[in-house]
Design a protein around this ligand. Structure first.
Ligand SMILES: [Zn+2]
Length: 360
């Protein structure tokens, strides 16, 4: 099987490939069933494969589909890791833990968000305290979410966005749109007002299965930012003390820090990486995102606006709905073999470096 053949055609196909590869690899598998179904009534779940010694004290966690539709990429890497037998040469005491489908609902429905319209990678603040503010978002919100996707409202919104970008620059626009907001439940990059099913399930996984680990590396696979096929290691200061410094020790200049303006991503305070670090406080957690480029950022934003409009105002089961879902796939997945091959080549390199660092 080539690396490209490890990448699935839809969520159910991805899940089947993952579970088959886990079975063949002799993994311990845990499944957390999701309460909802996919677009064709298919069951949804977060599936976890533990490879290596059951009493391991260190682990590399490789996770997929934090942003639903981005799961094609992470799932393909997880299946390829098992196909290539990376678990067969682990150092003593180290496990490889593959978490498939952080956000299975978004994966199956080709959405970046969860069933609550929440960006899971913005859903890890302390909800008992004041939530982070993003005052600039209120201004751009109506432009991002015009009710008439084909009419004068859309044209005016696009013109307003163009003016804003002209005045403030693309980096400022990207930051205000994408750093997350908790005030507009129908908006983009919404962090929610409560923990989602996906967050609660990650926390349950940590408490039930990962609490015995003392040293952890997390690689959460994403797509949609950066040059096509390139995988950027994003290591923020956020998750816990020393996170970025340790990632720099491991990956050198390859580890980019959003807080220092080095990354294709804006700085994001309440990510999945932070979620694992919070839930596994006894462990030293070094958490990074591995972010792959797909298509131009403008086209990614347009796909996200269209999908948001579709679920608020349109009909998924229509020619237009199918067209928008095709835009979402193209924005967050490279269908060609060259992209998939480049993705796995980079992922394998990053995984091997991480295992070596954890062993050292
Ligand atoms: Zn993402």
């Amino acid at each position: 099987m080539t690396a490209a053949a490890c990448f699935a055609s839809d969520y159910t196909d991805a899940r089947r490939r993952f579970l088959a590869a886990a079975d063949a690899a002799g993994a311990i598998v845990w499944t957390y069933d999701h309460p909802l179904r996919g677009p064709d009534g298919e069951p949804l779940a977060m599936d976890v494969a533990w490879l290596g010694p059951a009493d391991a004290t260190a682990a590399l966690i490789l996770s997929s589909a934090t942003h639903g539709v981005e799961g094609f990429c992470g799932s393909g890497c997880q299946v390829a890791a098992m196909r290539d037998g990376l678990h067969r040469s682990l150092p003593p005491g180290l496990a490889l833990v593959l978490v498939h489908g952080h956000n299975p609902h978004g994966f199956a429905h080709l959405r970046r968000v969860t069933e609550e319209n929440v960006d899971l990678n913005r859903n890890f603040p302390d909800f008992s305290g004041p939530l982070p503010e993003n005052l600039g978002y209120a201004q751009v919100h109506p432009w991002l979410t015009p009710a008439d996707w084909h009419g004068a409202g859309r044209a005016a919104a696009d013109a307003a966005i163009a003016d804003y970008r002209q005045a403030q620059g693309l980096t400022a626009f990207q930051a205000v749109v994408s750093k997350g907001q908790h005030d507009f439940p129908d908006g983009l990059f919404y962090g929610g007002q409560a923990p989602t099913w996906s967050r609660r399930t990650i926390e349950r996984l940590c408490a039930e299965r990962l609490a015995g680990l003392t040293r952890i590396a997390l690689i959460d696979v994403h797509t949609g930012l950066g040059p096509r096929g390139h995988g950027e290691i994003i290591a923020g200061d956020g998750p816990n003390a020393g996170n970025h410094r340790r990632a720099r020790d491991w990956f050198g200049e390859d580890a980019k820090c959003p807080e220092r303006g080095e990354s294709v991503s804006a700085a994001i305070p309440n990510t999945v990486e932070k979620g694992y670090a919070q839930a596994l406080r006894r462990a030293e957690v070094t958490a990074v995102a591995l972010e792959y480029g797909t298509i131009a950022l403008d086209d990614v934003f347009t796909a996200l606006r269209a999908d948001n409009w579709l679920h608020l105002h349109g009909r998924v089961a229509s020619a237009e709905g199918r067209e928008i879902k095709a835009m979402m796939r193209a924005a967050f997945h490279g269908e060609d073999a060259a992209w998939k091959t480049a993705v796995w080549q980079r992922a394998e390199e990053v995984i091997r470096r991480t295992i070596a660092a954890l062993a050292g």
